[in-house]
Design a binder for this molecule. Sequence first.
Ligand SMILES: Cc1cc2nc3c(=O)[nH]c(=O)nc-3n(C[C@H](O)[C@H](O)[C@H](O)COP(=O)(O)OP(=O)(O)OC[C@H]3O[C@@H](n4cnc5c(N)ncnc54)[C@H](O)[C@@H]3O)c2cc1C
Length: 299
Amino acid sequence: MDFDYTSDLVLARPGNPGADAILGRPIHLLDDGFVRLVDYLGNDASIAQAARVSYGPGTKTVSEDEALIRYLIAHRHTSPGEMVELVFHLRLPLMVRDQLVRHRTANVNIRSYRYSPMDDGSYIPEPERIGGQSADNKQGTGSGLAPLDQARAAVILADVELYTHEAYQELVGLGVSRETARQATTVSRYTEMYFKLDLHNLFHFLLLRLDPHAQFEIREYARAIELIVERCFPIAYAAWGEFERDAVTFSATEIAALRAALDEFYMDPDRTLTSSFAGDLGLHGRQLREFRDKLVALR
Ligand SMILES: Cc1cc2nc3c(=O)[nH]c(=O)nc-3n(C[C@H](O)[C@H](O)[C@H](O)COP(=O)(O)OP(=O)(O)OC[C@H]3O[C@@H](n4cnc5c(N)ncnc54)[C@H](O)[C@@H]3O)c2cc1C
């Protein structure tokens, strides 16, 4: 058994100029956090190349990469998107790390405070970011905290950090082991981690964590990661925006309501959709047919 060096199935390692341009460069966020890209696998063309394995060489010329990637994302053919990956290095509060590690499809490596001393920094929100308990979302922040109360809350949070930092130092000074001394901390303490996801699951992560229902702090990390994804996989990113991030789904009950509301429109759907109306929406060819099918399904 040996390698066939005469075969013409030779591959150049796929580079990614967009990723190379930002590799290692941190995006700073919160008061002392960052996200930076530390490694990657593949580029947009790698997604199309992986997809073509399933369709075979006979279909190679059917689509350009962009059309193929848009088709894959629009039709939830997700596995080619799992063939490319990004690796991030993050500095983040422990409370945000706890939320990130719930994304089980990510590979993570977190800093051990049994081994390393605890980070010196803690996240203190800007006073104007401190809101009241939301009335309609038990997990969320609403508005309506008076500026004086916001300022007082920021002072309390800062005092607690000061106290726990001093307590930790004192425990370490007493000779207490790091694994026990770390109990003297809050969820605001900064930590660092590596976070690796394939693009399909990264898009899923972004949908969940860019959502206004996610906590402000993790949304900031998601926004930074989104910026990096846009640079690294611009074609897939645009397709994801079109078919997932900026798309909406309707419940069965909502569809019934829409059906009633659009009754007028359905008097003659064929005519409406072949008129300039459809063209004005920027829908042509397959996309126009699919849009028509959806409207027909609503009748
Ligand atoms: C606003 C918000 C509030 C949240 N609140 C809480 C909370 O209070 N407590 C809490 O624990 N979590 C909470 N979460 C985390 C949430 O429940 C999910 O664990 C997290 O968002 C990851 O989503 P996921 O499982 O879809 O992603 P991933 O873990 O990345 O998984 C991706 C997909 O893979 C599949 N998958 C992964 N693992 C399994 C599995 N073991 N079995 C079957 N399928 C699997 C699923 O289809 C899943 O959607 C919250 C998330 C959000 C966005």
